[in-house]
Design a protein around this ligand. Sequence first.
Ligand code: HEM
Length: 520
Amino acid sequence: MICSRLRRVMFQVDFLSLVAGGLVIWFIKRVFYSSNNSRNAPYPPGPKPKPFIGNALDFPQFRPYEAYVEWGKRYSSDILYASALGNKILIVNKLEDADELLDRRARKYSDRPLIPIVDLTGWAGNVALLHYGKSWRLSRKLCQQSFRAEAARDFHPLLLKKIHEMLDRLLVNPEDFDEHSKMLSISVPMITMYGYEVESFQDPCIVAAEESIAVGSDLLLPGRSWINTFPILRHVPPWFPGATTRRIAEQARQINKRVRDIPFEFVQKKVAEGTEIPSFVSRFLRRQQEGRSSQEEDEAVRNIAWTVYSGASDTTISATGTFFYLMTIHPEIQKNAQSEIDRVIGPGRLPNFEDRPSLPYIDALYREILRFRPPVPMGVAHALTEDDYYKGYFIPKGTMILPNIWAMTRDESIYPEPLQFKPERFLDANGNLNDDGRVLAYGFGRRICVGKHIGSDTLWIIIASVLASFNIERSKDDFGNEVEVNHDYHDLGILHHKSKFQCTFVPRSAVVKKLIEEAR
Ligand code: HEM
C-alpha cells in the first residue's frame, strides 16, 4: 500500500551499482563476514550464484510472481533463495510456508528491508516501511484503534457519500469510468483521514503528492542512486560538489514534509474553528485538546494519515479496474449478482452497509476479485531479524521475504480450477458464504494490511452500488459491432493494474437514475 515506485526498489536490484560495486562488497564479505550457520545447513534451493554478482542476473524484471512459480517447478521447491551483493531474498510460493514463517515465527519475520535512500527522501515515516520496533508498534496500535472492523464503521457515511458521487459521475460521463474510479480512490482516504473534500485532480494536495512521487521516487529506480549500494554515501552533505542525488533527496524530503503537513494543518484549522468533518486526524486533535495524547502520537498520526492518503488509493484503483473488467467479460456472473441485489434490496433504494450480511453472492464476488487478481501480487517484503532454520535449510538474518500471493491464490489444492473466475467457490451448497473468509491479498502476520476492513468496506460498497445501478456491457463501435476487450494487465512497481479497455455503463432503470440524482 505504499507508493508503487517506492516499492519497486524492495525487490529490484540496482543493477548498474551492483556490477560496479560487486567486487568490493564480495571482498569485504569474504574477509569480514562469517555466517552463524552452526548447523552447516544449506540455503533453500534456487539459481546457482555467479562469482561476485551472485544472482543479480537471475532476478526477473517482469511479472516476477509468474517467474517465481517457474523457479518453484525448476528447483522442485516451494521456498526459493537467491542473493546478490548483500541482498538476500527468500521467495515463498505456498501458503503453509508463509503462515509458518510470517505468522507463527512473526517475532523474527516482521521487519522491513533496509532501503538507505528512504530515510533521505522523507519516506521513512511511511507506516508500511517502518522497521519493526517502537515507532511501528505505536503506529500499528493507533491504526488498529481506528481501522478495526467495529471502528471502521465510523467511516461508512463518508464512504457512502463518495460512492454516490462516483455513481453520479458514471451517469453523466460513463466513458471516463477509469477517471471516476481514480477520483473515488483518492477522495476516500482524503475524506476519511482529514475530512478533506477533493474537488478535482488539480487539487493542491493531490498535485503536491504527485510532485513528491515524481521527484523522490526517481531516486529509487534501479541504477539511479549509489546510496542504496553504499549506504555510507548518505553522509555526504547535499552541498558537496557532485552530490546530485543528495540534493534531489533533500528536495524530495522537503516536498514530502509539505505533503504530510498541509492537510494536517488544514484539519487543525478546522478543528480550531469547530467546522471539521469528523475524520481520523480530527478525532485525534480533539483528544489532544483534552490533553489525552503525546508528542509521539502526534508524529505517528501525521505519518499514518499521510501513508494512507499517499498510498491506499493504488490498491483500490487496481481492484476496481479488475471488477469493471471481469463484469464486462462475465455477463452471467454480473446477472447472478444483480438478481441477488434485486431480490434482497429491490428497486426502490441504493445498497448500504446494513445489506452486507444479506448479500452473500456479492461478498463471494468481492473475495474472488481479490483472489483472481491480487493488487499486490508479490505482497510487501518482510525482513528477517535473526538467523533461522526451516525445513532443514538455513535462512540468514537480513533476508528479505517475498510472499508470492499470486502463486498462493493459484494453488489448486486450495482453489480448484484456479484460473476460472468463480465467485461460487466461496459459497456453500445453500448459497451461504463458506468459511474461507481469509483474503490473501492483504498479506501476512503482524504486518498484514492494517486497513483491510476499510479496504473491504470500500470495495464491497463499490461492487454492490455499481451493480445495483448499471449494467456493465461490452462497448459497440459505430456499426454496432462489439469492441474487443483488452485483456492485458501491467505492473506499476509492485502493483498490478488493469490496462485500459472499453466498456459501457448503462443505467438499469429510470428509477435508479432518479435515485442517483437524488443522492447528489
Ligand atoms: C483492496 C485494498 C488493499 C489491499 C489489497 C492491501 C494490501 C496490503 C498488503 C499486501 C500489505 C502488506 C502486508 C504484509 O506486509 O504482509 C498492506 C499493508 C498496509 N496497508 Fe493495505 N491494502 C489495501 C487497502 C488499504 C487501506 C484502505 C489502508 C488504510 C486505510 C491500508 C493501509 C495499509 C498499511 C498502513 C499497511 C502497512 C502495515 C504494516 O506495515 O504494518 N491498506 N496492504
